[in-house]
Design a protein around this ligand. Structure first.
Ligand SMILES: Cc1ncc(COP(=O)(O)OP(=O)(O)O)c(N)n1
Ligand SMILES: Cc1ncsc1CCOP(=O)(O)O
Length: 213
């Protein structure tokens, strides 16, 4: 087992709902270089979510990669996950910090809003997420964001995550605009070779095209 720390950039993979090979898929993504994992499941009951998240945490720990729980501060606390991701309808940063402690990674969705990003940064978020930047097969009705938001939010001095319809082909433009992490569901977990898909994203961080503009 290696130690777990918050990486400074890279591929952020997010699980999405039921699949029989969930653990194998996440393992392949980790072998392909994923640097953050989020457990996102909006369908299963609490017991199943608890069991899956706990197994995923053990897997992530083996790879020294933080596990973030979507929406559910209580689940994150119960299993000792590394952090939580919060949307605008979830509990706030103060509740998450009180429950999870000073070292927890607390990420917040800011959608298309620089103002919300400023507020969340002041409140102590560890990262902010913008998007959807492209049409998302997973969340077709997701609010859309413009790539300029990544450029305009650089001065906040907080890690920035881009999400929504990201592929190896369009991801380089987001890294070039300032995205520290690319958060991806379908272009990794929807691919027949999850490890190779993750590697394609990982390579973007070493590519000449991923130079800030
Ligand atoms: C890294 C990351 N960014 C954005 C989201 C979306 O969060 P939210 O707006 O709360 O929507 P749901 O994920 O709950 O559908 C995310 N999960 N992760
Ligand atoms: C959870 C979420 N929030 C905005 S888009 C999205 C889904 C991202 O999934 P995909 O990478 O398949 O577009």
């Amino acid at each position: 087992m290696t130690s777990t720390s918050f990486p400074d950039r890279g591929l952020y993979v997010i699980t999405d709902g039921p699949r029989p090979d969930l653990f194998e898929a996440v393992k392949q993504a980790l072998l392909g270089g994923a640097r953050l994992v989020q457990y996102r499941d909006k369908t299963h009951d609490a017991q199943r979510r608890h069991d899956e998240a706990r197994t995923l945490l053990a897997l992530c720990r083996e790879h020294g990669v933080p596990l973030i729980i979507n929406d559910d501060i209580s689940l994150a606390r119960t299993i000792g996950a590394d952090g939580v991701h919060l949307g605008e309808t979830d509990d706030g940063i103060a509740e998450a910090r009180a429950a999870l402690g000073a070292n927890a990674i607390i990420g917040v969705s800011c959608y298309d809003s620089l103002e919300r990003a400023q507020q969340m940064t002041k409140q102590g978020a560890n990262y902010i997420a913008f998007g959807a930047f492209f049409p998302s097969p997973t969340k077709p009705l997701a609010r859309r964001a413009h790539v300029d938001l990544l450029r305009h939010s650089a001065a906040l001095g907080i890690p920035r995550v881009a999400i929504g319809g990201i592929t190896p082909d369009n991801g380089a433009s987001l890294i070039a605009a300032g995205a520290d992490y690319l958060a991806v569901i379908s272009a990794v977990f929807g691919r027949p070779d999850v490890r190779a898909a993750a590697q394609h994203f990982t390579q973007l961080y070493f590519s000449d095209r991923a130079v800030s503009s």
